[in-house]
Design a protein around this ligand. Sequence first.
Ligand SMILES: C[S@@+](CC[C@H](N)C(=O)[O-])C[C@H]1O[C@@H](n2cnc3c(N)ncnc32)[C@H](O)[C@@H]1O
Length: 208
Amino acid sequence: MEAFENKLNLIKERIKDIEKPLILELGVKEGRSTKMFLEVCDQNDGNLISIDVLDYSKVSSNPKWKFIHSSDDNFEYTNQFIEKKVDVLFIDSLHEPNHIRKVFYNYFNFVKVNGLIFIDDVIWLPYVKDGYRDNDFIETINRLTFNKILEIFNSNKDNFTLDMNFSASGLAIMKKIGNHLNNEKKIVNRLFSLKNILKKFYKPKPKN
Ligand SMILES: C[S@@+](CC[C@H](N)C(=O)[O-])C[C@H]1O[C@@H](n2cnc3c(N)ncnc32)[C@H](O)[C@@H]1O
């Protein structure tokens, strides 16, 4: 089965028992995730709001669907359509770490406590040199996105849980447990500290 289908199945499995779910999706394109979310809405009497900068309003005519044609960081416009707290937030629009950070901090406020948040494409392993999807640009952007998510999580362990699915381009799976978000802080990496570099070169001779 295709990697993205696997991810959609994983998400569906996690949300399939939520009654009357309100789902917010960022990024529609071909509507594969949109259709999966609408299946859940049909089964459990829920509703889906999707936002995309391009006009994908024809992807579905399901009355349980509301399409918002806008950039998802035009919060003054988009926030007015989210009238109730959402059970599920799916972030799959512009895959750029600062954009993901911006939309995450805005839409987190609209997620219920115990609600689920999924962020698509956060793993770089398929894109490394000689990897099966070898791609310098995506490797870099996904590494930066992954690190950004770790930084946010490290400052917010009381506000959301974090699991990482490493299959293909990966999926971050979060559960909201607190009501607000702290700003992220850089995580100092001591791998390349002077001390650790010197340790590599200076190895004391073993005593007999
Ligand atoms: C990876 S595709 C979404 C795939 C979709 N979830 C699916 O399952 O088929 C990314 C989408 O994000 C949209 N997009 C890019 N930048 C955006 C932005 N700033 N605001 C809203 N949508 C954006 C693109 O137009 C595109 O449709």
